[in-house]
Design a protein around this ligand. Sequence first.
Ligand SMILES: *Cc1c(COP(=O)(O)O)cnc(C)c1O
Length: 340
Amino acid sequence: MDLSTFPRRRYTDGPTRLQHLPRLSAELGGPDIWLKRDDELGLTLGGNKTRKLEFLVAEALDQGADTLITAGGVQSNHCRLTLAAARAEGLQCHLVLEEDLGPDGHPVPGGTGANPPQHTGNHLLFDLLGADSVEALPHGADLPARMQELSEELTAQGRTPVVIPIGGSNATGALGYVDAADELLDQFAEQSLDVTAIVVPSGSTGMQAGLITGLHAAGSSTRVLGINVSRSRAEQEPKIRGLVDALATRLDLPPVPAAATVGLGDYVGPGYALPTEGMVEALRLLGRTEGVVLDPVYTGKAAAGLIDLVRQGEFSADDTVVLMHSGGVPGLFARTDAFT
Ligand SMILES: *Cc1c(COP(=O)(O)O)cnc(C)c1O
């Protein structure tokens, strides 16, 4: 897909690795498994938001921005990388955070709200990268409304702020993964791989929707299997579909078949960022077999989904499956309880 008409900044030198995982594949006795190393993308400590920000920040700069505003959880990778992009571009950056909920449906002790968030993981990095402001709101607060208000306050102070949406997932940010689809197809061709499916964590859906759209535009039959990190299948699939449709319109592509949008809800567990047994097993298995570290919120649950699908016989031994390592490892060190 030719994206050269869209403004873009470059934050990564060349493609990320497509790594073969022979020991994990042998241990599971199913398909041949490869890992796309988007945890090695550019900007501070990498991860999938870097691809989205190449397009989002370029668009903001075109609009004359001198300030970025974005929002996410207290351990948001997206907030870290938006801040890192702001530092790379010499922009101000303001972050609006939402506290996590614990398994009992109450705010996590030592979380936000009345208490300051734990100053570790990504939250520590917001400090080290010198975020111009960081505010933490109670769970369920209206983050987009607060970003809008903050934008008005900063405008009144003479700044030119641009709001980057949560997760960077709009029809601009997702272009990063339309482009990544071509990068992957080139790598499949180089390695002579016939890839059955790419397994990705599915959150704000930009990564998955971009990949689906890019593969469709290229006429590829490789499927994208989303493993939801916070929502049921019934809630997530319309969100994926909505962004796929918006991308198809923006890129003037024929509509993507409905069957292409899959977001499996079986691996979320008790909720967003809350540990599951499958996630813990997946981190230990990838670590022990391949020396690869996943994160507990996104890639760990995606890997748990892949492992379960392999065990259920969803793939044959002749299949090739790619797991997307979308990053997130800096947040692992703020969520160690599940491993003790
Ligand atoms: C944001 C994020 C995801 C989810 O990607 P979406 O485009 O929001 O669906 C997956 N992995 C990591 C590490 C992330 O930070």
